[in-house]
Design a protein around this ligand. Structure first.
Ligand SMILES: [Fe+2]
Ligand SMILES: [Fe+2]
Length: 270
């Protein structure tokens, strides 16, 4: 796999679609990168995919909805793999407002100046009314940017968990769309979740057991049926199992990336 690949869209829950892609992470495997469409009466796009796949993401999204009909673009956080198609979508969807928090608005404004009326600010615990349902902003136990918020849709019982519960997968999983994490060998998921968590949230190693487990209990109270991470194939009925794996993952060895000589060795081997 030489670069990011778009894998199209598929349904993951009633009126919820996954816009799926993967990107290689040299030396570490393949990372799924998902955005999600909630076809509420006021349609919501959760995240906007990779910068390298802007045209593909919009073309796949268009198979599910006319982008002009989007009313909300909810950014779980502002990392590049979540805001890839944002600028183009804001043009294609002139009625869509960007849902984030105050820090998210500040970060986005440094790259894409937007009038304040195009934002809608929300904090964990608050809900956004999208016509036929309420979407709740939730704090997550694992993240790599402080503006991160997940989204819980009590109607579909989908939890959009951003970077949390992501996994680096074997290279072989990069070539095709994986519609259900249950189709991957569970030991690969456990290993990949551990790898990703130590890359994405090394600070978890310093969090006390009681604090971390308290955050898992809070999430469990939502009882999501579908865990829709930006970086894992969709998981159904697996929150307890994923939480257990995350609790183990945070005690893994810290990730240390290749230094210059290791990078040069990788480049010459390639
Ligand atoms: Fe991130
Ligand atoms: Fe991410």
């Amino acid at each position: 796999m030489n670069g990011p690949i778009s894998h199209g869209a598929f349904t993951v829950a009633p009126n919820v679609s996954c816009v799926s892609s993967t990107t290689p992470v040299p030396g570490l495997g393949v990372l799924p990168v998902n955005a999600f469409l909630v076809e509420a009466s006021e349609p919501v796009l959760v995240d906007t995919g990779l910068p390298a796949l802007v045209d593909e993401t919009i073309s796949v999204l268009t198979t599910r909805i006319d982008p002009a009909d989007l009313r909300w673009i909810w950014l779980t956080h502002c990392d590049a793999d979540h805001v890839g198609a944002l600028e183009k979508l804001l043009t294609l969807a002139p009625n869509a407002r960007v849902v984030t928090n105050y820090l998210g608005m500040g970060k986005l404004s440094m790259r894409t100046p937007l009038p304040p009326e195009r934002f809608y600010l929300i904090n964990p615990g608050q809900c956004l009314d999208v016509g036929d349902r309420q979407l709740r902003a939730v704090a997550l136990p694992s993240y790599d940017a402080p503006e991160t918020m997940g989204v819980f849709d009590a109607t579909s019982r989908a939890l959009f968990s951003s970077d949390c519960f992501g996994a680096l997968l074997d290279d072989a999983y990069g070539a095709t769309s994986i519609e259900d994490v249950a189709s991957i060998d569970s030991s690969s998921v456990v290993e990949g979740l551990s790898k990703w968590t130590m890359v994405d949230a090394p600070w978890l190693a310093g969090v006390s057991d009681s604090t971390f487990r308290g955050s898992l209990v809070e999430l469990g109270r939502l009882s999501p049926e579908h865990v829709l991470s930006a970086h894992l194939p969709p998981a159904h009925g697996k929150l307890a199992w994923l939480s257990e794996q995350l609790d183990r993952a945070r005690r893994s060895d810290p990730f240390v990336g290749p230094d210059q000589s290791a990078l040069e060795a990788m480049l010459s081997a390639a």
